[in-house]
Design a protein around this ligand. Structure first.
Ligand code: ADP
Ligand code: MG
Length: 254
């Protein structure tokens, strides 16, 4: 493996009561590459994203961003440092314009992470950049329209765009294809591909769509019951017996 990881998890563990949601998880994410994070429902995928973004604190292990130990850094600091994310369900300021949502896209779930990231690392040529991203995303809007006027699929794509506006170096993207039609899935893949190739962002992608995962990921890590059960290229993962038994077999039948 050449180059230094932008994100590294080292033996990260997290328990919720009797449930071990993350069990000594170790993996790295590299700049300019899309890393798939897959596994059955309840495996601990979203928990890992919450640990990386600082919403949860691990019970054990360390998290490194760009070589710095951020295990104890609060979530808004991590956002300012360059750890961006999107959520399974889009989160926006209700009854506000699209412009305000993009400018002050406050992350309602975790305080002021996005706000801090906008003021801290303001993108120059903001509107031009949004127009460029909308071309890839395949839709347009009126800046002053209410956020709720956009259909669900476009709001999900807009979440990826909003995250990109924070100029992240790592993006945590949780199930971007859920609820999207096939054209919107193509456009979501276009945005992620752009983020990795053109902006050199390291992307950690949770997704159940195997089409999407196998198409755009360079590396994949598979978890089950909070534990890494396999890691490798799409070809390696597709032919891994443990993965087929724990996840892929079931997923293909469904
Ligand atoms: P996934 O995203 O892979 O579907 P999650 O990370 O959401 O899985 O959940 C992993 C496990 O941790 C599940 O058993 C879930 O019920 C539990 N869990 C996640 N978050 C919490 C929480 N805040 N409190 C208690 N249990 C949780
Ligand atoms: Mg989840």
């Amino acid at each position: 493996m050449t180059g230094k990881p932008i994100l590294r998890l080292d033996d990260v563990s997290k328990r919720f009561g009797g449930v071990v949601a993350a069990d000594e998880v170790t993996f790295s994410v590299f700049p300019g590459r899309i890393h798939g994070l897959i596994g059955p429902n309840g495996a601990g995928k979203s928990t890992l994203m919450n640990l990386i973004s600082g919403i949860y604190r691990p019970d054990g292990g360390r998290i490194y961003f760009d070589g710095r130990d951020v295990t104890d850094a609060p979530s808004h600091k991590r956002a300012v440092m360059g750890i961006g994310r999107t959520f399974q369900t889009p989160r926006f300021l209700q009854r506000s314009s699209i412009r305000d949502n993009l400018l002050l896209g406050a992350d309602l779930g975790s305080g002021y992470g996005y706000t801090a990231s906008f003021f801290g690392r303001k993108v120059t040529g903001f509107e031009d950049y949004v127009e460029q991203l909308l071309e890839i995303a395949g839709f347009t809007f009126e800046w002053e329209d209410d956020i709720s006027s956009l259909p669900y699929g476009q709001r999900k794509l807009l979440e990826i765009i909003r995250s990109l506006l924070g100029a992240p170096r790592v993006m945590l993207v949780d199930e971007p294809a859920a609820g999207l039609n096939s054209r919107e899935i193509e456009n979501a893949m276009g945005l992620l591909d752009f983020a990795a190739k053109e902006k050199n962002i390291g992307i950690l992608l949770i997704e159940h769509s195997m089409d999407m995962i196998m198409n755009i990921c360079r590396d994949i890590v598979v978890i089950n019951f909070g534990r890494v059960i396999a890691a490798g290229t799409p070809a390696e993962i597709q032919s891994n017996e443990d993965v087929i038994v724990a996840y892929l077999g079931r997923n293909l039948e469904a």
